[in-house]
Design a protein around this ligand. Structure first.
Ligand code: CP
Ligand code: NVA
Length: 310
């Protein structure tokens, strides 16, 4: 049994399969072709933080695959009344076939997985957001082709998204240019689990505009992630000076560079309206693709590689 707790849980070969599979699953959806491989299967979703995209994409996606969904939050389940994560995992995994969790520390999802009889998917932790990076990569591939050898620029907080980009670059042969304000750097030890990453898979820049030079994709995220709200004011001060992706930054990227943001976005903070609403932005495709990649992930974790590829 496999879990998807961080991006490095799948190999490059598995990603090649999953991207091809996502394209097939998306094509079926777009052509209204019924595809119900997960009839009688149930997905449990546990949200300990807010969500719009993750909630809708997993719930709609599981329904489209013929399965059903149970949605739990910390406030409406016994998790909010201090039932342990281990006992919760033991119980939920006897009644459902697959679990998606959005929570705080990565150790919480790891503890859940260690006591689960069924596959567990990370729907965002403080440390990682693997489903989102998979959707971003699939979106890049759809628009521009292979990602290997390309430059992805991360401008902003060294957060769950940034850590996951590092893992993806290490595994899939592209380079991440990272520019964060000082004090908000990426955690390489966490991203690479103490291993030596592939040489040249990431490069740190003090100046965000320099980091955008020659980029194939520029991406950013909120200055304050969920769970860090107490730091809001300090973060606003640290990020406001330079860490807004604007037209000047996009101008030094490649002319065909794309802009992505996992959303929700704050126009005028981490990104200007002209960029996120401009011609290089693919944020709506990116959001939609969450659903298609997650359908491929659920199918893979429950059924393995299906031989139905075109
Ligand atoms: N990008 C993303 O995960 O969005 P939600 O927080 O709305 O799920
Ligand atoms: N980094 C953000 C992503 C939200 C989808 C957060 O963790 O809040």
């Amino acid at each position: 049994m496999k879990h998807y707790l961080q991006f490095s849980d799948f190999t490059a070969d598995e990603y090649a399969y999953l991207f091809a599979r996502t394209a097939t699953i998306k094509r079926k959806f777009k052509s209204y072709e019924k595809y119900h491989p997960l009839v009688d299967r149930t997905l449990a979703m546990i949200f300990e933080k807010a969500s719009t995209r993750t909630r809708v994409s997993f719930e709609a996606g599981m329904g489209q695959l013929g399965g059903t969904v149970v949605n739990l939050t910390s406030t409406d389940s016994q998790l909010g009344r201090s039932e342990s994560i281990e006992d919760t995992a033991r119980v939920i995994s006897r009644m459902t076939d697959i679990v998606m969790i959005r929570t705080f520390g990565q150790e919480r999802i790891e503890r859940f997985a260690a006591h689960s009889r069924v596959p567990v998917i990370n729907g965002l932790t403080n440390e990682f957001h693997p489903c989102q990076i998979m959707a971003d990569l699939f979106t890049y591939i759809e628009h521009r082709g292979a990602i290997a050898g390309k430059v992805v620029t991360w401008v902003g907080d060294g957060n769950n998204m940034a850590n996951t980009w590092l893992q993806a670059a290490d595994l899939l042969g592209f380079t991440v240019h990272v520019s964060t304000p000082s004090g908000y750097e990426v955690d390489e030890k966490l991203a690479f689990g103490g291993r030596q990453p592939r040489a040249g898979c990431y490069k740190i820049f003090k100046d965000p505009t320099q980091a955008c030079q020659g980029a194939d994709l520029v991406t950013t995220d909120v200055w304050t992630s969920m769970g860090y709200e107490a730091e809001n004011e300090a973060r606003r001060k640290a990020f406001a000076a330079d860490w807004c992706v604007d037209g000047k930054m996009m101008a030094v990227a490649r002319p065909d560079a794309l802009f992505m943001h996992c959303l929700p976005a704050h126009r005028g903070e981490e990104v200007s309206a002209e960029v996120i609403d401009g011609p290089q932005s693919v944020v709506w495709d990116e959001a939609e693709n969450r659903m298609h990649v997650q359908k491929a992930i659920m199918e893979y974790l429950l059924l393995g590689r299906v031989s139905e590829l075109p």
